[in-house]
Write a protein that binds this ligand. Structure first.
Ligand SMILES: [Zn+2]
Length: 512
């Protein structure tokens, strides 16, 4: 066998969880599960020592209240153990219950531990698929919501026409007696920068030329008492910034508001003339342009003749390039990407659940979750009690040490044990807290998402998110037939939202 001498390869350490319940003694023995997790660890390049295999015997999968599982979660949560994966024989070893499973997955994910099943991929199980989809979605939503909260005050400022952030070159920040922060003209530089804009508008200057000029005018940036020459990047930023024509802007939030609180340096006409000069003949890209150049459906759409996934690329027309999806086999099919985009948006509109079914579906999700939540509450109470008991136990141990019954060494050993158990118990406690928050995030996200799938697709921020969205709704891909896109099957949980409610189909039957 070849030995690996590459020092840069980090040791990947895993733990394994093995469980056998009283009712299924015969299905797969502890020994078989251990063998399987060891093999998986080896194949996937993880180090799995015997002491890192946690075993629960005779406990049911229905609750997370299993001693080895608790110990394992605590072990994974300790940074010094450096665990990056948890291996189990099957998903159902972890939990039979989706909410528990979700709690465990979330706890693991928060410590950077990925879950590996020896016998199935997470996506194999319908509930796993649903959960990983909404979990990923909810995590994104949660991040977005956090960013939104941070941004809310900035957005508020921009909406009321107040500029935010550090004043642009040519302006100064000022705080009014009523503590409002505004920007004012910089008496030293405002007119100079204005002059530079006018020169740029003539078209006679390059950015480099104007940068030299600005620097010769001692237009600099200040850091404390130091002054720095403007960099090319800073100069470029000046001449693309709408602040100068009197806008309160936030590029990050794609907001711009014409505001009389921003002293106007140049006219909008000047601004656009300069943009035109800077960009040459490059046209700004609109929404559909962006969708097209990225080919979000590449690989998802199949050829109606040979069923192979279509490729995508550009073809040169008279004046510009056009995007196409095409089959590699000549003569099969070639469709302008605008057509694919258009029909895909149509398809999303078709599968978007009606408000009634959407409501039903989310009610069902909430109901299931709330049932689960009640057991979480109960578990939480038990956990509180348990922690109290453990704290009392620590007192007793300390007392016995003081009265000379326990040696120092034995006392330390016992206290460490109890501490670990407290830590593990607390892990469970924090999970049950998380569960409550999650459902609100998940439902809020799902509500918006299911209300308008085409909007979700168009507004997805990256190509990756778009592709993920396509994947999570149409796992079997799409096919272009009779000049429109059709899907080759919806994901299970979407099917639920498509179902016709019994009473409705009944009355429809009566009429026919
Ligand atoms: Zn083909």
């Amino acid at each position: 066998m070849r030995t690996n001498t590459d020092n840069e390869v980090m040791e990947k350490k895993a733990v394994a969880y093995v469980r056998i319940s009283t009712e299924e003694q015969s299905t797969f023995s502890i020994a078989q599960q251990i063998e399987a997790v060891k093999r998986t660890a080896q194949v996937q390049g993880y180090i799995l020592s015997d002491s890192n295999i946690f075993i629960d015997e005779g406990f049911s999968a229905k609750t997370t209240n299993r001693p080895a599982l608790i110990k394992m979660l605590a072990f994974c949560s300790q940074k010094k153990n450096n665990i990056t994966a948890l291996i189990a024989y099957k998903i159902d070893r972890m939990s039979r219950d989706t909410a528990d499973y979700l709690g465990i997955m979330k706890a693991l994910a928060s410590h950077g531990v990925r879950f590996i099943s020896c016998t199935e991929s997470i996506e194999d199980s319908p509930s796993g698929e649903f959960l990983s989809t909404i979990l990923a979605a909810a995590a994104r939503y949660d991040n977005a919501a956090k960013a939104e909260r941070v941004s809310a005050s900035i957005i508020q400022r921009i909406k009321s026409g107040l500029p935010h952030g550090k004043a642009k070159i040519g302006y100064l920040n000022q705080t009014l007696p009523d503590r409002r922060r505004i920007i004012v003209k910089d008496p030293d530089r405002f007119e100079r920068v204005q002059e530079a804009w006018k020169l740029m508008e003539t078209g006679a200057y390059t950015l480099q030329g104007i940068a030299k000029l600005l620097n010769s005018w001692k237009i600099t940036t200040k850091k404390g008492t130091h002054q720095f020459k403007l960099t090319m990047q800073q100069v470029q930023r000046i001449f693309t910034d709408k602040t100068y024509c009197g806008y309160a802007i936030s590029k990050k939030h794609r907001m711009e508001i014409k505001s009389d609180q921003v002293p106007q340096m140049i006219s909008e006409e000047t601004f656009f003339n300069v943009q035109f000069i800077l960009s040459g003949r490059r046209k700004t890209t609109g929404l559909y342009q962006r969708l097209r150049t990225e080919f979000p459906l590449r690989g998802f759409v199949r050829c109606p003749i040979c069923n192979n996934p279509l490729h995508a690329g550009f073809s040169k027309g008279k004046a510009k390039y056009y995007g196409y999806y095409f089959c590699r086999t000549p003569g099969h099919i070639s469709i302008p990407d605008s057509k694919i985009d258009e029909t895909f948006i149509d398809l999303l509109k078709v599968v978007t659940p009606s408000p009634m079914f959407r409501q039903d579906f989310l009610e069902e999700v909430k109901r299931k979750w709330n049932d689960k939540y009640m057991s979480f509450v109960k578990q939480h109470e038990n956990v509180q009690e348990k922690i109290e008991t453990l704290k009392q136990l620590k007192h007793k141990i300390a007392e016995k040490n003081l009265s000379g019954i326990y040696t120092d060494e034995f006392t330390k050993e016992q206290l460490d044990k109890v501490d670990l158990e407290i830590l593990a118990t607390k892990t469970i406690q924090s999970e049950s807290k998380l569960a409550r928050l999650d459902i609100e995030v998940v439902v809020a996200f799902m509500e918006g998402f299911l209300a308008d799938l085409s909007k979700a697709f168009i507004e997805a921020k990256s190509l990756e998110q778009k592709r993920e969205l396509v994947c999570s709704i149409f796992p079997n891909g799409l096919i272009f037939q009779q000049s429109k896109l059709e899907h080759l099957g919806l994901v299970d949980w979407m099917l639920y939202t498509q179902k016709v409610r019994p009473q409705i189909s009944f009355s429809a039957d009566e009429r026919t």
